[in-house]
Write a protein that binds this ligand. Structure first.
Ligand code: COA
Length: 183
């Protein structure tokens, strides 16, 4: 597994054990986790095990599909700013695009930059036919990010049977159409 993606200001790479403390801090900020529903890591050690397992476990999506969430790093200072990438959901048979940034890095256009590159990677390197994103109904910032990347609202639903959320989608045909319009 050696995915490496670049944008103008950032790059994405597989998680490393040394990301543990940053991952711990990321998931222990209630503002960051407000709309995600994930459980924070209990310690740096738990985050370290997660990072190692996520990349090396034979059942992991990294190993099985060469795909997963990727650490996002700022080129100018090598700062770990969060993550972005894919997750395959076998039960529903869809691939979601997601991202999560440390709070000091919000409001700089980074999420949009990462999401656009992840979508390009999905369609151009993985030959995906459709990518989806799930966003909490009140997560206005994330809705804006997915809309800026060309995803469209498909329907609203209850996440885990209880949280109001939006199902966004972009198809390969949408992506190709938008690419033509951009050029
Ligand atoms: C949501 C999140 C990824 C946004 O990241 P970001 O890097 O600040 O987003 P961008 O700078 O690319 O902003 C994209 C657009 O959204 C807008 N936006 C971002 N956060 C916003 C907010 N809280 N409220 C309103 N608009 C917001 C920006 O103004 C920008 O719009 P514009 O281009 O029209 O000016 C970031 O706040 C985050 O990581 N939150 C915690 C985790 C999370 O919610 N992840 C998504 C789960 S679905």
């Amino acid at each position: 597994m050696s995915i490496y993606l670049e944008t103008e200001r950032l790059y994405m790479r597989p998680f490393e054990a040394d990301d543990a403390h940053a991952l711990y801090l990321l998931n222990n900020n209630p503002e960051v986790m407000r709309y995600t529903g994930d459980i924070p890591f209990k310690s740096d050690e738990e985050a370290r095990q997660f990072a190692i397992d996520y990349v090396t476990n034979s059942q992991s999506q990294y190993v099985q599909f060469n795909m997963g969430r990727l650490a996002a790093v700022r080129k100018e200072d090598n700062a770990f700013i969060g993550w972005a990438g894919f997750k395959y959901h076998p039960k529903e048979d869809f691939i979601d695009m997601g991202y999560r940034l440390m709070q000091p890095y919000w409001g700089k256009g980074y999420a949009t930059e990462l999401a656009a590159r992840v979508i390009q990677h999905g369609f151009e390197d993985h030959a995906m036919q459709e990518i989806i994103a799930h966003v909490h109904e009140d997560n206005v910032g994330s809705q804006r990010v997915v809309e800026k990347t060309g995803m469209r609202l498909s329907h609203k639903f209850l996440w885990a049977g209880k949280l109001p959320a939006r199902h966004y989608v972009i198809s390969k045909a949408d992506y190709d159409h938008q690419a033509t319009a951009r050029n």
